[in-house]
Write a protein that binds this ligand. Structure first.
Ligand code: SF4
Length: 449
């Protein structure tokens, strides 16, 4: 590995799916405040919805999500009933019958709901909101548990996109992460969804898993590309056992070291490009002509908690335990513990727990970080001017950026920062130069590559 890249690769950095990042959200945020934020929304602006289902039938050892094991359906059924009530509470708190431009079901595994419960929830959503004609309606699924009936019903409900955690096809790796799903199983799910009318398919792949090699991830890319998903996200496994206790099931000795991780990331990216995919942002790939590729080309790519997106809405309303939302006034996060979340909803309260009102330069710095993460380039003065900031407002970021410039990772001209080809995988570190919260932070993050 290039010794310069090696020096940076192990630095811990946020993923910047938001700014300020989630560890800075403050406890004690009240539903009264959230209701004020919702009430202030421009009723003509479409909004996005995010619905969270934390249940999974089996636990993957690498998982870093807020998930609950569901061996029986009763808790899932109860959760679905409560989520339906939260949909109503939320809709009533909005200033009008608003339009939805994006709806995303995430988890956990949203298809852990049975088809009738998912359909009832979608019916409730349609009861309260209208969708824009080009709205994206997406759901995360799991090939190990997706049934033919669910795939057909998902199509009939009008979903336009489904995503699968494929991760890695090598059986030894799959066993070490407790997620065995042969390629034929994934292909069957993809075919069923496409057959049901779901046109968009996303795959998530992961490098840096136990026993993974450059050869195994390249083979995984080839097997995946043969199924022609429209979009592929390529993430580095974040080993954070102090936060995700299930990761203690992974033997640290079986994890690839920094140089091997970087080699896997580079080889997988190269293989995806060789298969005809266009590299987008830090870690996404899409077929030419896909809306994500188009957005990356014309500077309208956005970044949110789901990663890179075409979603242009200023507001994302999250529902379900632990879900995060964003309004023009700030971020908000629901209660994480499903029992407490459920009690709050049953009592008629919007079940928020944490929030972060935008103050000072938060929006300006968030815009700069988002453009860097999306475009690999930013003109900090141009964005500053739009926010009323004086030229050179970014000077405190200079020492960190200059260090990266000297190492050939970016070019720096005035406030114009452009990642070089070599520095592209380290864009999070350049973004961190603009993060004033990070300096005081005690939060531990995953490594940069
Ligand atoms: S399916 Fe996804 S959310 Fe569920 S345990 Fe596996 S990685 Fe975690």
């Amino acid at each position: 590995m290039d010794p310069i890249l090696q020096r940076y690769a192990t630095r811990a950095t946020p993923r910047y799916t938001s700014y300020p990042t989630a560890p800075h959200f403050q406890k004690g945020f009240t539903q009264t405040r959230y209701r004020e934020w919702l009430d202030k929304l421009d009723r003509n602006d479409p909004i996005s919805l995010y619905l969270h289902v934390p249940f999974c039938r089996q636990m993957c050892w690498y998982c870093g999500c807020n998930m609950k094991l569901a061996s029986k359906y009763d808790p899932v059924a109860n959760y679905a009933k409560t989520l339906r009530k939260e949909v109503v509470l939320t809709a009533e708190a909005l200033p009008d019958r608003m339009k939805i431009s994006h709806l995303h079901w995430g988890g956990g595994t949203p298809t852990a709901l049975n088809p009738d419960d998912l359909e009832a929830l979608m019916a409730e959503v349609h009861e309260w909101w209208d969708f824009t004609p080009d709205a994206e309606v997406a759901i995360e699924s799991d090939p190990r548990t997706l049934t033919a009936e669910m795939a057909a019903r998902i199509g009939a409900m009008g979903f336009t996109r489904a995503s699968f955690g494929v991760q890695e096809f090598d059986l030894r790796v799959q066993k070490a992460i407790n997620r065995v799903q042969p390629p034929e199983m994934v292909r069957k799910s993809v075919d069923q969804l496409r057959g049901g009318g779901v046109a968009g398919i996303n795959f998530d792949l992961i490098y840096g898993l136990p026993f993974q090699t450059v050869g195994s991830i390249v083979e995984t890319v080839k097997l995946s590309a043969a199924m022609r998903p429209d979009r592929v996200a390529l993430f580095g496994y974040a080993h954070v056992p102090w936060m995700a206790k299930n990761q203690r099931m992974i033997d640290e000795d079986s994890l690839p070291k920094a140089a091997e991780r970087a080699a896997q990331a580079a080889a997988a990216a190269e293989a995806l490009v060789a298969e005809g995919y266009v590299a987008i942002g830090l870690d996404h790939f899409a077929l030419p002509g896909d809306a994500l590729t188009v957005a990356a080309g014309n500077g309208t790519l956005r970044r949110n908690f789901q990663g890179y997106t075409t979603d242009q809405a200023k507001t994302m309303v999250g529902m379900g335990a632990t879900s995060i939302g964003r309004t023009p006034s700030g971020y908000v996060q629901n209660i994480a513990e499903t029992g407490a979340w459920s009690r709050a909803v049953e009592e008629g309260r919007l079940p928020v727990a944490k929030g972060l009102p935008f103050v000072g330069e938060d929006l300006l710095r968030g815009d700069v970080i988002e453009r860097l993460m999306c475009d690999g380039y930013v003109d900090a003065d141009a964005i500053g001017a739009r926010h009323g900031a004086a030229a050179g407002w970014w000077e405190a970021a200079l020492p960190q950026l200059q260090e990266m410039a000297v190492d050939g990772l970016l070019t720096l001209r005035g406030g114009r920062v452009a990642m070089t080809e070599k520095g592209r995988p380290l864009v999070r570190l350049a973004a961190a130069a603009f993060d004033t919260y990070l300096q005081d932070s005690t939060a531990r993050h995953s490594v940069a590559v």
